[in-house]
Design a protein around this ligand. Structure first.
Ligand SMILES: Cc1cc2nc3c(=O)[nH]c(=O)nc-3n(C[C@H](O)[C@H](O)[C@H](O)COP(=O)(O)OP(=O)(O)OC[C@H]3O[C@@H](n4cnc5c(N)ncnc54)[C@H](O)[C@@H]3O)c2cc1C
Length: 258
């Protein structure tokens, strides 16, 4: 069984995160960049299966700026057998379509039985990449799984909606995405960190994957404008002198809130 886990490097949610007002991209230089936690959970799903099923090969795949190699190596330290890092500054500003094309090209070339992704990244937050990949790779998708069972020729799981819980299953090869309901990822231990140094980590460019980025604007979604949200205006303070309820009701009516 070959499982490929998709991992994205994102600005740490514990720190301040800002967008460049010039490019619309995340300001990577002002934040600490880490593996997205949901991607680490996806890796844990794959590693737990590999622990119990000899012969399982787990590969980490990421498309990210060059500096992200350290994050990709963390996936090797956690237990992935190999990693591929698509790193090409020509891909900066790639929209979902181009990102999916690049990742699908690598998946097609390397082959896979199962692709595991997070349901939504903490920075871009589109939540669309898994289904775009399934469409491009012409394999079924099972998304937003809060529990996953992998078998030799199928994958099944639980999808929770507001009113119901569904059990669903697809045959392999397939793409699945998981939610935060899945267990936390393991920490890399010393042995894993040392072993990671010797594991294969391939760095590929868009050209290596046959992706043409010459004219990014021709058929791509591009950011055309970005503006900082205006600072919040000071609110209205109501001092209760026996008529606070009337004042509140008047305020709500005046602002068409009731
Ligand atoms: C040089 C360079 C600069 C980039 N700069 C930015 C940036 O500033 N901001 C930004 O949001 N993105 C950036 N990207 C990455 C890329 O453009 C986004 O990953 C893409 O648009 C996906 O959007 P999303 O996170 O909303 O996807 P979602 O659909 O929310 O992602 C769902 C899941 O798909 C997988 N996934 C998503 N993106 C990737 C990825 N790149 N590699 C591996 N798995 C992935 C993860 O498992 C994730 O949990 C950059 C890429 C490169 C090469």
């Amino acid at each position: 069984m070959k499982i490929v886990v998709l991992l994205k490097e994102v600005p740490d949610t514990y720190g301040d995160r800002t967008l460049s007002l010039e490019t619309g991209l995340a300001e990577r230089s002002t934040s600490e960049n880490v593996l997205d936690e949901i991607g680490e959970r996806a890796l844990e799903v794959a590693l737990a299966y590999a622990d119990a099923n000899e012969g399982t090969e787990v590969t980490a795949l990421s498309m990210a700026p060059e500096g992200a190699t350290t994050s990709v190596r963390k996936a090797l330290a956690m237990g992935a057998a190999s990693a591929v890092h698509i790193a090409d500054e020509a891909l900066a500003g790639a929209d979902l379509g181009l990102t999916a094309e690049a990742l699908a090209a690598e998946l097609r070339a390397a082959g896979f039985d199962l692709v595991i992704t997070g349901n939504q990244s903490t920075d871009g937050s589109a939540g669309m990449l898994p289904v775009m990949l399934s469409e491009m790779l012409e394999v079924p998708a099972l998304t937003n799984l809060s529990a996953v069972t992998i078998a030799a020729d199928s994958v099944s799981g639980t999808r929770a909606s507001d009113d119901a819980t569904m059990q669903a299953s697809v045959t392999l090869p397939a793409v699945i995405s998981i939610t935060e309901a899945l267990p936390d990822a393991r920490f890399p231990n010393f042995k894993g960190i040392m072993a990671a140094k010797k594991k294969p980590l391939e760095v590929k460019s868009a050209g290596d994957l046959g992706i043409n980025v010459d004219d990014m604007t021709a058929s791509r979604g591009i950011m055309i404008q970005i503006a900082e949200r205006p600072a919040r205006a000071a609110g209205v303070k109501i001092t209760d002198e026996g008529d606070a309820a009337q004042q509140l009701a008047a305020f709500l009516a005046e602002n068409r809130l009731v």
